[in-house]
Design a protein around this ligand. Structure first.
Ligand SMILES: NC(=O)c1ccc[n+]([C@@H]2O[C@H](COP(=O)([O-])OP(=O)(O)OC[C@H]3O[C@@H](n4cnc5c(N)ncnc54)[C@H](O)[C@@H]3O)[C@@H](O)[C@H]2O)c1
Length: 354
């Protein structure tokens, strides 16, 4: 297959691209605008492979997209490009509306234009796979219920509302125009190459520097954590074996309170690091409760039984194995995250592009 991966320089997109290049014979073209969240250094391990190529393109730019489709002639699009950080969507929602809603619309139209010119068998086998989030369902109260594929949408933040809008567009393009689309909604991911503004890498890196470990509110918000490489495998399974018109929820059966996630990381660091960064005995002493995020969702939890039953995917990592791998990865890959923290990963790129 020839697959376009939008947002392939981001956290999950780069895991998808590494998976496709390392575990399959497929060809990948990454299209990515390279916002602050895009980092080509996350693709260094595959960038010299002849089945990999990259184009710096904004998904809101129809002409550039049309050229890419005609040149590359894809069999599938995996659409991950998005603004993805809830806190940023509260401070500045405009970029979320532009990329997540308008960008998805422009990409759908570019895809439809290309797809409509294919032969009927190529049209039938073509896939547009939209990667979305469980945050479109809002939040759960109580400890029992789970998000299923039929849970009504009730997004809380500008981020989740923009993702919900894009999910609706994708489904409408199948119903109205026949474009073979599939939507996946996944829970919180964690793992290597995660941008250090998100909870898990932020806590690991702040702890290493002896800085406060910020926890929103009382820290009792529950998230359902999935190791990013398990997600990448699930996404490849869906794009190759999923049914057009279907939605698949993806999750790791790993519900944890935020405060417990932070304490787990602290305990792992206590175990691994003998030289503490400052006058502390245990990393937990750095935990600092901060004012809660407005509209903060209480609990997310995914019922992933459909993808397990119908496509045979199951997560390989438990939270305990995945979080250990993640902490060890950050300890072993300081050069990657130092260049993110000091900005050199994007400054050098801007210099190259000017
Ligand atoms: N991170 C999670 O826990 C999670 C969970 C479920 C679903 N998702 C979804 O998965 C997708 C990827 O998430 P992520 O965490 O890897 O995000 P990310 O922020 O790490 O990466 C997003 C990528 O999209 C690129 N991008 C942004 N705007 C663009 C534009 N206009 N044109 C082209 N490229 C653009 C960025 O440069 C970046 O490389 C998103 O759609 C997100 O909603 C994420």
């Amino acid at each position: 297959m020839k697959i376009i991966v939008t947002g392939g320089a981001g956290f999950i997109g780069s895991a998808v691209v590494r998976h496709i290049i390392e575990a399959t014979h497929d060809e990948v073209l990454v299209i990515d605008k390279l916002t602050y969240a895009g980092n080509l250094e996350s693709l260094a391990s595959v960038s010299s492979n002849e089945r990999y190529s990259f184009r710096q393109i904004d998904i809101c730019a129809p002409t550039a997209l049309a050229t890419v489709f005609q040149d590359f002639q894809p069999d599938a699009v995996m659409h991950l490009a998005a603004e993805s950080h809830v806190d940023r969507s509260i401070v500045g929602p405009a970029a979320f509306i532009e990329t997540n809603i308008v960008g998805t619309y422009v990409l759908l139209e570019a895809t439809r234009d290309y797809w409509s010119q294919l032969t009927s068998s190529a049209k039938e086998s073509f896939r547009f796979h939209h990667i979305s989030t469980d945050e479109v369902f809002g939040d759960l109260h109580g400890t029992e219920s789970l998000f299923t594929e039929t849970t009504p949408y009730a997004p809380s933040s500008p981020y989740s509302a923009s993702k919900a809008s894009s999910d609706h567009l994708v489904r409408a393009w199948m119903r109205t125009f026949g474009l073979p689309t599939i939507v996946t909604n996944c829970s919180n991911n964690y793992g290597p190459y995660h941008f250090p503004e998100k909870l898990i890498p932020l806590v690991i890196l702040n702890a290493l520097e002896g800085k406060p470990l910020p926890v929103y509110g009382n820290g009792c918000q529950i998230r359902d954590w999935l190791y990013v490489e398990d997600h990448a495998r699930a996404l490849y399974t869906v794009v190759t074996e999923g049914e057009p018109g279907e939605t698949y929820n993806i999750g790791g059966h790993n519900e944890r309170k935020n405060i417990d996630v932070v304490k787990t990381i602290c305990r792992l660091l206590d175990e691994i690091i003998s030289d503490k960064p400052m006058q502390i005995d245990r990393f937990e002493e750095l935990i600092t409760y901060v004012t809660d995020r407005p509209g903060h969702d209480l609990r997310y939890a995914i019922d992933a039984s459909k993808i397990e039953r119908e496509l045979g995917w199951t997560p390989a990592e438990t939270f305990e194995s995945g979080i250990r791998k993640t902490v060890e990865w950050y300890l072993a890959n300081e050069s990657w995250w130092q260049r993110v923290k000091d900005g050199s990963y994007s400054r050098e790129r801007l210099g190259l592009n000017s």
